[in-house]
Write a protein that binds this ligand. Structure first.
Ligand SMILES: [Ca+2]
Ligand SMILES: [Ca+2]
Ligand SMILES: [Ca+2]
Length: 165
């Protein structure tokens, strides 16, 4: 891994992303440390993008992204106490798959991903932690200079193995 990282330093960012096996330059180094591979895969889905793109303009704005993640959090916090514990985080998967996608549910609802989101490591995910995390994910996905501040098909699509989920 350290060898790869060394090589990457000498290469252009996009070439590096390709060398590391990512289909899209939009999900490069930031994303790999921020999220689990499963969550990254789950986000690589045009059908997911269409669910988040509520105004149907073909891009996902930060407002649309956060509105979507807000609803995801509401689904996770089953007892509505403003905290999501591990049991809640791992439950409601069928409803989540139908609200989002199966790939999104499988990618998000893992202990590994929960640990990434639980910034203070207390075993609970607060609404603030969840939204702050998803804002960082938005920033990491927002790599296109052509439409800065918007996530397009280049951020969600580009032929990963999980585009059909
Ligand atoms: Ca939109
Ligand atoms: Ca709760
Ligand atoms: Ca926490």
């Amino acid at each position: 891994m350290s060898t790869i990282r060394l090589i990457c330093r000498t290469m252009a960012a996009t070439a590096c992303a390709v060398a590391l096996g990512y289909g899209s330059g939009a999900l490069a180094d930031d994303m790999t440390s921020l999220a689990t591979g499963g969550y990254v895969s789950g986000l690589h889905s045009m059908s997911l993008m269409h669910k988040i793109d509520t105004d149907g303009d073909g891009t996902v704005s930060r407002e649309e992204w956060i509105a979507f993640q807000d609803k995801v959090y509401a689904m996770l916090d089953k007892n509505k106490d403003g905290n999501v514990d591990a049991k809640e985080f791992m439950s409601n998967k069928t409803a989540m798959a139908s609200f989002a996608t199966g790939g999104f549910s499988r990618g998000l609802q893992t202990m590994g991903e929960m640990h990434k989101i639980d910034a203070n490591g207390d075993g609970m995910v607060t609404h603030d932690e969840f939204i702050a995390y998803q804002n960082k994910v938005f920033d990491a996905m927002d790599a296109s200079t052509g439409h800065k501040g918007m996530l397009g098909a280049d951020a969600f699509g580009s032929g990963g193995a999980n585009t059909q989920h």
